[in-house]
Design a protein around this ligand. Structure first.
Ligand SMILES: [Mg+2]
Length: 259
């Protein structure tokens, strides 16, 4: 693809593009190395909300990649920056314990929060918890969604993601969530700003046609869909979002960039 070969920056989604669970996608390490060695700017943009930034970097590099913390732009980190811009927020953190460690600077309350931050809490969801959050929202708390992904791929198959829970809380309370991660335009612009590139100079590669491809295209970038991770042919074909390019795997990206 002609225009792709002029890309100055690539945003890589992590989960489903570079790895699934603890399994590296075949050829991913070499592909990232090759793209980086060519001088193309790389950032790793993820909605993952199960790991702190330290743990995430450790996990990626333990799989064989060599990615610096400065190259990772995670939705929980963007949430942290968002909360720092709020005047004295009191937070209810519905986040994995490891991620909560990054949020210790904020006051916390489960009953009197001004901001309810929702990320991945695994099996902790229950009716009493949903109802407790619903009451806080009815009392004026703001709903902050790390993301609204529908589902993701694990080593044992697809799993329902937090988007459905966020949507249920929005529906019941009438409160619209502030979305932090992909597909929020601000999230992509943060990454582009960090690379010093305009949207037309960059492309995103992801396995989520909604958050990665759709969000990236709305932000003005080219969106490349990989057929690994959560990709499902039927879901992608039914989508109104049309990727600029669909490739079998990240392995195929260097040659499409003319490398
Ligand atoms: Mg993904």
């Amino acid at each position: 693809m002609g225009t792709l070969s002029h890309s100055k920056g690539i945003l890589f989604d992590l989960d489903g593009v570079l790895y699934v669970g603890s399994q590296t996608i075949d050829g991913a390490i070499a592909a990232v190395d090759r793209i980086r060695a060519s001088g193309i700017s790389c950032r790793f943009v993820t909605n993952t909300s199960t790991l702190s930034l330290d743990s995430l970097q450790h996990k990626i590099n333990a799989l064989g990649f060599s990615i610096s913390k400065q190259e990772i732009i995670s939705a929980p980190q963007a949430a942290l920056l968002y909360l720092r811009r709020q005047p004295d927020p009191v937070c209810q953190l519905l986040l994995a314990d490891d991620v909560k460690r990054d949020f210790l600077e904020f006051r916390q309350s489960d009953t009197d929060a001004s901001h309810i931050i929702i990320g991945d809490i695994g099996d902790t969801w229950s009716y009493p918890l949903m109802n407790e959050v619903f009451h806080c929202l009815m009392n004026g708390a703001r709903l902050i969604a790390i993301h609204k992904n529908r589902f993701w791929q694990t080593e044992s198959g697809l799993r329902m993601d937090i988007g459905g829970f966020v949507e249920a809380l929005e529906y019941a309370s009438g409160v619209k969530a502030t979305m932090i991660g992909k597909p929020a335009g601000e999230f992509f612009h943060m990454a582009l700003h960090d690379m010093g590139l305009s949207p037309s100079e960059a492309a995103i590669v992801g396995d989520d046609i909604d958050a990665d491809v759709g969000g990236g295209q709305l932000a003005g970038m080219r969106g490349i869909l990989v057929k690994t991770g959560k990709y499902r042919q039927g879901y992608a074909q039914a989508s109104a979002i049309k990727p600029d390019l669909v490739i079998d795997s990240i392995r195929d990206l260097p040659s499409l960039l003319g490398l």
